[in-house]
Design a protein around this ligand. Structure first.
Ligand code: PEP
Ligand code: MN
Length: 358
């Protein structure tokens, strides 16, 4: 797929989207937009149709909010965007000259809805941003990108807003950065925006998560901004005031992907060389470990002993988590690594047992 850039300075600076979670009143929209106009944002956001988890909560102001977005455009010169979830939303938004549309997380999960939106977009060239599905399924996200692309939309971007999980967690939606990074690896030309507000769910984490996204070379940040966040009709805990947004935006550092500074490039090359050597050593140690596992498999088979011995596995895990901890490696990393190694080891032993039976 060949995407067209929908903002000119990609790779040189971050792309900023800010505005309220929901359009509530024309005054609230204008106050927010005027508060943001001096912060050099690229797009003003506001939800008009709100997909709410439970009924009887505020489900968005509806079509009249599109008029307010037009007022914001006229009075501040800002470009505006909103969420669409069905054909009617697309038609209304196009009629009101909304500049960019986004597809929400609850819509990306449903290929029927995405296809209907894609069909409604045929013949237009409006830029579209696609949020990740609420469940951690990269194929569903890619499927949505393909459907919209196939309808002829080439100015495409994605928004990483995290993934739902059951129970309480530090984040409202777990970032699972690896999924977004994998999408970036598969589609390096597809702009990736981090919606820190919906990942965090609370204000105190916004800066940390936004900086992490910029450190990972995301193209931009989406943040929810409201003149009186605690009184917002939706997502009050995660919204910030325009002046807080502006201060945070100034503190956040955008990292360049490339540089021609020769000294930096040489040191980087040196670090990478050392990393490659260590990786090679790890691979060769892994190969030796697996050969030993195969040997143990044959030996267990001869003596009619089961492959999995839970006591031994717990011992390996506990011992190495403690050792790793002393060396500054997190328990999460050590257990993830050992689980993968252990699984491969079991697979090898299975193979041996099966072969011996043939
Ligand atoms: C939103 O951006 O207001 C929104 C509803 O987001 P999401 O689809 O990520 O939940
Ligand atoms: Mn919101």
């Amino acid at each position: 797929m060949k995407f067209e850039p929908f903002f000119g300075d990609r790779g040189k600076r971050a792309f900023w989207i800010a505005g309220p979670c929901s359009a509530e009143t024309e005054e609230q929209m204008l106050e927010t937009a005027k508060g943001l106009a001096s912060s050099n944002i690229d797009l003003f956001r506001a939800g008009i149709w709100k997909p709410r988890t439970r009924p009887n909560s505020f489900e968005g102001i509806g079509t009249q909010g599109l008029e307010w977005l037009s007022t914001v455009k006229r009075e501040t010169g800002l470009k505006v965007c909103t969420e669409v979830a069905n054909v009617r939303h697309v038609e209304e938004a196009l009629k009101h000259n909304i500049d960019v549309l986004w597809i929400g997380a609850r819509t990306t999960v449903n290929p029927f809805s995405v296809q209907e939106i894609a069909d409604a977009l045929k013949g237009t060239d409006i830029p579209i941003l696609i949020k990740n599905p609420i469940n951690p399924d990269i194929k569903l996200w890619i499927g949505a990108i393909e459907r919209i692309y196939d309808s002829g939309i080439k100015q495409l971007g994605v928004i990483h807003r995290g993934f739902s999980s059951y129970g309480s967690d530090k984040y409202r939606n777990q970032p699972r950065w690896q999924i977004a990074i994998e999408l970036k690896r598969q589609f390096p030309n597809l702009p990736m925006i981090c919606d820190s507000s919906h990942i965090c769910g609370t204000r105190d984490l916004l800066e940390e998560v936004s900086q992490k996204a910029l450190d990972l070379n995301y193209d931009g940040i989406m943040l929810e901004v409201h003149p009186d966040p605690d009184k917002a009709w939706s997502d009050p805990k995660q919204q910030i005031q325009p002046n807080e947004f502006s201060a945070m935006k100034d503190r956040l550092k955008y990292r360049q992907v490339f540089t021609d500074n020769a000294e930096f490039l040489e040191s980087l090359e040196n670090f990478r060389h050392q990393i490659d050597e260590i990786d090679e050593e790890i691979m060769s140690l892994m190969a030796s470990r697996m050969n030993l596992a195969a040997g143990i498999g044959a030996y267990k088979k001869q003596n009619n002993i089961s492959i999995l011995q839970t006591g031994r596995w717990s011992e390996i895990l506990d011992k190495n988590i403690a050792k790793g901890n002393q060396m500054g490696l997190s328990a999460e990393f050590v257990s993830g690594l050992l689980k993968a190694v252990h699984q491969e080891s079991i697979n090898r032993q299975h193979q041996i047992m099966k072969n011996n039976e043939d």
